[in-house]
Design a protein around this ligand. Structure first.
Ligand SMILES: Cc1cc2nc3c(=O)[nH]c(=O)nc-3n(C[C@H](O)[C@H](O)[C@H](O)COP(=O)(O)OP(=O)(O)OC[C@H]3O[C@@H](n4cnc5c(N)ncnc54)[C@H](O)[C@@H]3O)c2cc1C
Length: 491
């Protein structure tokens, strides 16, 4: 690792990788990823990427309207216009780079339908689109000599100075290294691990949001959290496997504990209503029945079609001893996506000079109160490209000299963080702010989360991965619950 770089990119998901590819050879880029490069929410994306690519049957206005309806008109219209109008070119660029999106019999991109979309506009690679994209992007990034890639390397501090930042990273051996960078793109993903059950990967602990917050960046709408209605209901793992929306798009129906369809009781769009509506319907039906058992049924479809269209879901469910061509799939809502985040403008600039944010850790305003399926990979691509381009144009005008001497290592020693804080934080979030929020629990939950955060920050603990993640989870919980309690107070 060099001592100085032009740009630090935190994260190797779709946002981080795509940003890295935009920089020309004369811009030095350090890309870090706290675990292996492929461990990210991007790699888990199943359904696909939404884009208006078939103008004979679709147009920007329809995609904008669908995004607004799902987002309950709380979206930033300018940001959606950028997303929808620029996104198709980014998707085509992925195809040119070699992402094997599924094609129809005429060799054209195959588009599927997902909940909330009025047209077939989701391009996909079977049911593992994210991994197909990430693999190609990693291969591409590796061919760029100006990009230094470090996996198992975790950002634990970001200090501002007048030329940029001092970034403290934990190396794989647990030692500290401080690097000086002129710009930083936070592409560090979501916050799923602040809940007991989530579809998110283990990296989703809100580190980037926390570090940006500690620098004074504006954080917006962190309480806007999406719960996916149909995660595989296994108790044993924190990470719940997602049964993609596309399964309902292809005709699967939701059943309650008595095997009855119920979604139409709560919304005329039935199973194809947006996620929040379907999650809500499940929770209300669960209260009505006093039972948390729910199922997705796709057994009426041709088994060969199901296996062909959803090979990964089919295999994963088989591992759990469910043959989805013959049996119902047990499902229940869990945390899935964060709509809010580090507030950014249309060029992904945060309120801190030289700090950018893109992808799930950012708040562009595109999603409003609820994300439309398959808009998030698109957002990660469009706004990470914009961040990189903005940085490039600034770098061209600047004459950045060396940072000179600075302290290159921190002393990270201290006591070990006590066990249990993460579990407590997760329970607080589940009790206060799950699918149907419980405002009456928020004051006590917030008080408890603040006490935990105070101890983590002031306890003199060793700075290691466990410490950084616990600090992030506690910070995220406090920001979310503060926001909720302000909203409750103003109602
Ligand atoms: C199961 C599942 C299915 C989904 N399906 C779809 C879909 O079909 N279509 C769609 O559009 N969206 C989908 N999404 C959402 C979408 O995948 C994510 O919103 C998007 O990929 C986020 O990309 P990202 O680059 O912002 O973050 P991620 O892909 O999560 O990457 C975050 C990166 O940041 C790194 N990082 C985090 N903290 C640190 C730190 N402290 N130091 C160093 N590195 C750090 C991580 O190691 C990782 O490399 C899905 C999400 C899930 C969980």
């Amino acid at each position: 690792m060099k001592k100085e770089y032009d740009v630090l990119i935190v994260g190797s998901g779709a946002a981080g990788l795509y940003a890295a590819l935009q920089f020309p050879e004369n811009v030095s880029v350090l890309m870090i990823s706290k675990r292996e490069l492929t461990l990210s929410n991007s790699s888990l994306a199943q359904g696909g990427v939404a884009a208006v690519l078939d103008k004979s049957n679709d147009n920007f206005k329809l995609h904008i309207a669908d995004t607004l309806i799902a987002g309950k008109y709380k979206n930033n219209l300018n940001a959606i216009e950028v997303l929808v109008s620029e996104g198709p070119d980014d998707v085509l660029r992925l195809k040119e780079m070699g992402v094997a999106f599924d094609l129809d019999n005429d060799g054209k991109l195959q588009m599927t339908l997902e909940a909330g979309h009025s047209r077939h506009r989701i391009v996909h690679h079977k049911d593992s689109t994210g991994r197909a994209i990430v693999d190609v992007l990693i291969d591409q990034v590796r061919t760029h000599k100006n990009i230094d890639i470090y996996d198992n390397t975790m950002l634990y501090k970001l200090e501002k100075n007048d030329r940029g930042f001092y970034a403290g990273v934990l190396l794989p051996d647990g030692k500290s290294q401080v690097v000086a960078v002129h710009y930083c793109i936070m592409a560090s993903g979501g916050i799923g691990r602040v809940y007991p059950y989530t579809t998110n990967s283990a990296i989703a602990t809100g580190d980037g949001i926390t570090l940006a917050y500690m620098l004074g960046a504006k954080i917006k709408n962190l309480s806007l959290i999406q719960f996916h209605p149909t995660a595989f209901a296994a108790e044993k793992d924190r990470e719940r496997f997602l049964i993609s929306e596309a399964v309902r798009g292809e005709g699967a129906v939701l059943l309650n504990c008595d095997g009855e369809r119920f979604a139409f009781k709560y919304d005329e769009r039935g199973e194809l209503a947006p996620r929040d509506v379907v999650s809500n319907a499940i929770m209300l039906e669960s209260q009505a029945k006093g039972n948390e058992k729910f199922y997705l049924d796709i057994t009426h479809k041709d088994p060969e079609f199901v296996k062909q269209r959803f090979p990964m879901i089919y295999e994963k469910c088989l591992e759990e001893e469910i043959d989805i061509t013959k049996e119902w799939i047990p499902v229940f809502p869990c945390q899935h996506y964060l709509m809010g985040g580090i507030d950014v403008d249309l060029y992904a600039r945060t309120t801190v000079d030289r700090l950018y944010a893109a992808g799930e850790c950012s708040h562009t305003g595109v999603h409003g109160a609820n994300r439309l399926a398959s808009n998030s990979l698109l957002e990660a691509l469009v706004f990470s490209r914009r961040a990189a381009n903005d940085i490039c144009s600034r770098l061209e005008k600047e004459n950045n000299s060396s940072f000179g001497e600075f302290k290159e290592h921190d002393d990270l020693a201290g006591n070990k963080l006590p066990h249990g804080y993460r579990t407590e934080i997760r329970q607080i979030m589940q009790d206060c702010h799950f699918v149907i929020p419980k405002p009456e629990n928020v004051p006590e939950g917030l008080k408890h989360a603040k006490e935990i955060l105070h101890d983590i920050i002031s306890g003199g603990y060793e700075v290691n991965q466990d410490f950084v993640e616990a600090r992030s989870l506690a910070t995220v919980a406090c920001i979310v619950l503060e926001e909720v309690s302000e909203k409750n107070g103003s109602e």
